[in-house]
Each structure stands twice: as structure tokens, then as C-alpha cells.
Design a protein around this ligand. Sequence first.
Ligand code: SF4
Length: 329
Amino acid sequence: MTRTDWTRDEIAALFDLPFTELVFRAAEVHRAHHDAGAVQRSTLLSIKTGGCPEDCGYCSQSVSADSGVKATKLMDVRAVLQAAAQAKDAGSTRFCMGAAWRNPKERDMPAVIAMVEGVRAMGLETCMTLGMLEPQQAKRLADAGLDYYNHNIDTSPERYGDVITTRSFQERLDTLDAVRSAGINVCSGGIVGMGETREDRVSFVHALATLPEHPGSVPINALVPVKGTVLGDMLADTPMARIDDIEFVRTIAVARITMPESMVRLSAGRESMSEATQALCFLAGANSIFTGDKLLTAANAGDDKDDALFAKLGLRAMAAECRLSEAAE
Ligand code: SF4
């Protein structure tokens, strides 16, 4: 039975294991619950970029950041569907759409719903990240057939206020509740390498692994420091604060062990990771990646590089049908 009663001490003990022992245990859990030779490839499209009123310290799209990202309007539905068709041709099985909003406004809902319906009709899994949702909005997205809603808890509850001041950790949990209650799969993870301690990483994984149900997808990002953002500028001056590769792999492994059935997604930060580090992440249980040259506004590894890496490691792209049927179970 999947446990949601992990204690912090148990999670800290996993982090403290000798590295090879931890990765071995994570690989065992991975094989017991997933096809270890297959990795899901998802594509992320920014459907509305920049100008966000929230002040997330890592984000170049916040109005508080001096990052040069230009604010755009919500994309046209047809253009989004074209991008989804291209992603499908390139081998993606899930299409994620992100808007830089605090929450979607009523006037945006018809277009957003048309995007979900159109992308789903192509046989792709759909995922959206639009900020905070009211229960009623979550219900409408569920009725449109949305498979996943991404809403990251970002970091540990203790450190949350140091990273974001315009909303609370509890508000994140409230949106996750609304999404779960509407019957949409939850996608929730966060970012490591924001200058947090090991204890914070323990608390971050603990918060995810003790949700009433584990998120179906758990994106684990390594901070991509962007100049002009609070954290990007802070870490530019203190390079030692950036996450160590081995510690990053440990975080993936602990997420895999504590949330055995979730898709653990290697997300932002992959672009600057060596192939060897990425291979260790796959061994430790990561089984989903974002593909394409861009992750919202940050650079990503790109399809060609990923094809070469998959060939080198003997990995297969996960089939859409398999994920869709699993999501329906
Ligand atoms: S992470 Fe999302 S909510 Fe936070 S500033 Fe960026 S776009 Fe806005």
C-alpha cells in the first residue's frame, strides 16, 4: 500500500544513506512500479508569458523581476493547437500549457477550456498551470477533460516565505485540494538549489509525500538562476549555494522511494546537467522529462540532444496510451 504517513525522520534517514545504497533502493522501487526502460517526454508551452503579479524569487516572469522578459497576451487557441501537433510529431505524449497568472480570470476560461479540449482530441495528455484555482474553475477544467494540473509547492513550508511573499503555502495546498476534489491528477513538486538546507529538502519531500494522495507527477527542478530575479542575483554572488549534482540525485531518489507510483519528472536545470548526472537521475527513478528548446522562458536541452541521450542510454519514450490508461485507473 502506498504510504502517506512518512515522518521527517524517516525521510532524513533516506537522504543520509550512503549514495550507492540510496540509488540502489530507489532503483528497486522504480522497477517494482514502473517500466524502467521508458521515460515520458512532455512538452511545455508558455501560453501567456510575463507580467505576473506574484513575486516568486526564482521567476523571470514576475513583474518584480528585472529580467527583460516581455509580457504577452494569452495565445490564440489555434496557435496553441499547432504547437501541440508539432510536439506530438516530435514524440511528446503530454502537452503542458503554462500561463503567468496569479489565477485565471473569468474572461480567460473559454479559451483555456478550448485549448484543453483541442489538445486532448489529438490523443495527447493535457496539463495546465495557471496559478491558483477556485473549486468551480477546477471543476470546469475537469469537465473539459484536463488530465493534470500543475501547482508546485515550490519549497519547504518553513522556507516558503523567504521565496514568495504574495501568497502562502496554505494557498498552494488549497488549490491542490480543489484540483484533487475535481478529479484532476495533481502535478506538484518544486525547486531545489535555492540556497535551502538539507533539512529544507527533507521537509519539501515530506510535504509532498504526506499529501492526502501523492501527486501523479512530481517535477523536481534545479534552480536555473536568471539575472534580474531575486534568487538569480543572490546565487550569482554565492555560487557555492547552487545544488550539488549528487545532492540533486539524492532528492530524486528520495522522491522515488517515498512516492513510488508517481511520475518523477526531471524538469528545469537539465540543460546544464551532464549526461552522467541525468543518467543517475534515471537510475534513481526519474521517468519523465520536458523536451524542446525552451522551458517557459529558460533554455532546455532540446530534442536532438535528448534523442542522442536516449539512444546512448537505451531508453524509450513512453507511449501516450499507456500513460492515459494509467491516469484513468
Ligand atoms: S512562478 Fe508562476 S506565479 Fe510565480 S511569478 Fe512566475 S509565473 Fe508568476
